[in-house]
Design a protein around this ligand. Sequence first.
Ligand code: GLC
Length: 732
Amino acid sequence: MILLTDKSKEKIEALIAKMTLEEKVGQLNQLSPSIVGGFDVPFEELIEMVTEGRISQDEFNQILSNAEMDYKEEDIRSGRISSFLLNNPQKANELQKIAVEESRLGIPLIFGFDIIHGHNTVFPIPLAEACSWDETLFKKTARVAAYEARRAGINWTFAPMLDISRDARWGRISESAGEDPYLASRYGLAKVKGYQVPDEENTAYIASCLKHFAAYGAAESGQDYNSVSLAESLLQNVYLKPFKGSVEAGAATVMASFNDINGIPCTSNQKLLRKTLKEDFGFEGFVVSDANAIRETIIHGYAHDGADAAVKAIKAGLDMDMGTSTYINQLPELVTSGKVSLSELDEAVRRILTIKMQLDLFDKPYVDESLMTEGPIVSDKNRKLALEAAEKSIVLLKNKGILPLSVDAKVALVGKLADMKSEVLGAWALAGKEKDCISIRDGFDALGVSYNYGECVGPTGDFDEATFRSLTEGIDTVVAVVGELSSMSGEASSRADISLPGQQEQMLKKAVELGKKVVVLLMNGRPMAIPWIKEHADAVVELWQLGIEHGNAAARVIYGYTNPTGKLCVTFPSMTGQCPRYYNHFSTGRPAGKGKFTSRYLDAPIEDLFPFGFGLSYTEYEYSDLRVQQTKDNIQVKVLLKNTGNRSGVETVQVYMRDCFASLVRPVKELVSFKKVFLESKEETQLSFQIPLEQLGFYDNDGNYLKEDGSFIFYVGGSSVDCLEEEIGVCF
Ligand code: GLC
C-alpha cells in the first residue's frame, strides 16, 4: 500500500467536507451477491448438491462467482455504493467507470474477494501451509495472490484468517493457522506484508483483512457461528494475540466476526472494536462486518430492528456494512435525528477513504484487463511455488520404515480421493479450476511409477470390497488415500464426529486383514480422530488439501524425491469427545496422569494422538547441550542440533516456555520461538534464540499486562513433546 502523505490526508478532509449525508453513508455500503438469491437454485440446495457430490467443488465455485448482484447503476452514480464483492476485471472496470467518471465526486469503488490461500494459483489450505512453519513461504504465496488479485480487478482480500482454532469439530479450522497464538502471529505478519507491500519483482499490492475479530474459533462445542464465553485474560493472551501484531504491522482492514462474546455480538461490540482494536491496538484502517452480520444482530436478539442495529454497529466502531443495506437505509435518518452523530459517521468515512487512498485508487482506479490474457493464468513460476508450498505443508505422522517407497515397488493405489482433482483445492478456493489441479494419481503418473488404481471407497458411498480384493491380488503394498471432501470443512461445515467419514476405515481394515502393508495418505481440512489408523497403518502421511500441486507433492514425498519437513500446527485428539484439544492448556490441580483422581477420561488415552509441533522426517535429529540464561533484555537459549540420519533434511526447532507460578495460572507450555534449519547428514550446528523479556508477560482479567519475577522452564525440541528443558529464575 502507498504511504499516506499530509497532502493525501488534506485531500480526504476536503472530500469529506464536500460530501452530502447520502454520499457519506454510501461509503459505508458494500454489495455482495445475495447468498440467498441470484442463483438458479436456492443456495441451501447448492450446498447439498456439492456436499453429496452431485456437483463438483469446481462447478459450485463457478456458480458462486457468476452469481449476479442486484444493484442499480444509479446507486453507483449517486455515490450510494462504496464496494462490491467481485472477481471479474471487465465488470470491475465497468462499475468503476460509473463511480469515477459519472458520480458527483468521483470516489472510486473498492473490490473485495475471498482470496484465502491463493487466487488462480491455489496454494495449500491455511491449516496445511501453517504446518510448514515457513514465514518466507507465507509471504511469498501472499505476494502471488496479490498479483493475481489485482490482475482480476480485486484490490482487497478477506484474509488472513487469524482465528485461533482449538476445536477440530469446527469446520473453519481449515482456514486457520492452527491453535497457537505465536505461530498464528508470525503467519499473520507475513501475510499482511505479502498482501500489502510491493517489491521490485512484483509491484502488486492489495488491502489485507484480519479476520474474524474476534475469538470466532472459540465457538461453543465447535458449532459454527455459536456463542463464545471467554475470560478477558484468555481473550487477550490467546485469541487477540495474532491480531495485535498484524495491526501493528499496518493491516488495512479487519472483519468483525459473526459470534457474540459474553453476550454481545462482535459486530456491535464497542469494547472490542472501538476500545481494544481502535484505541488499545491503534488500528487506523476500517472494520467491515461479516456477510449480513449487521442485520443478524437482530436475530441475535441484541438489536430490535434495522435502525437499532445500525446505531449499535456504527457506535461500536463497525465502519462498513457487508451486504445488508442496513447502513444505507437507516443512517441518513439516524444522523438527521441526532441518534448518530456526524462525527461518528465521518470517522467511518475517513477510515474507508484512507484505505482507498492507500490503494492508490483515486489516481489508478482501473485494472489493466490485458494482464488477464497475457500469458497463462497459472504461470509456471507460480506453479513451482505451489509445489514448494505443498511439499513443505506435508506432515509425516508415522513411518515403520516403509517410506520412501521404491519407484520400482508394485503398489495398489486406492481411494476415490486419489483421483478427485478438485478435491485438492480445499475450502475457500473460489477461483480455483479443476483443470489446473494435480491429483495424487496424476502425481504418480508424472513420476512414471507403476501402480494398480481403484476407487474402492470415498468419503461418502459404500466400500467396494470385490474390486479392492481383485485390485490388490498379489500386491503387498497398498497406498490408501482417505479423508474428507472439501465441503466437509470450511464455513458452516462443523462435524460432530471427527473420525474418518463413511466406510473408508473398512477398506483399511480389509487391507490389514489381508496382510498388506498400508500407507495411509490423509486428505482432510481438520485434525481427525484416527486411533485405529495410527495403530495399524505402516505409515501415515497428513497431506491436508495442498492446492493445485497436491498430487505432485504427495508423490514426490512418498517416493522420497522430497524429505518431508512439516510439523503439526494443531493437536490431533484420539476421540471427538476430547475436543477442544490443544497443547497450551493450564495444568489444573490434578494434571491428567495414571491416577484415578486426575483430569482425564476413563475411555480415552491421556496422550494426544499426534501432538502440536510433531512431524517426522526421513532422517533423524538429536538435540543436546541446552543452555538458558537471562541477559539484559532477553532470555538467551542455545542448543546443539545434529542430523544423525543418512540424508539431509530441514528441522523446525521449537522453543517453548512455562511460567511456573504467577498471579494467573499459565499454560504448561507456550511456543515463544522457532527456527527452520537445513542440515546435511551427520552435520551438527549450535542454534541461538533471543526471546525478548516482554514476551514472558501476560494479561490479567483487568486488561493489565503483567511481567512477574519467578521460575520459568524453557523447552527445546522438534515438537511440543520430547523436549530438552531447563529451569531458570527470571527477574524483570
Ligand atoms: C463469509 C465468511 C467470511 C467471508 C465473507 C465474504 O460468510 O464468514 O470469512 O470473508 O463471508 O465472503
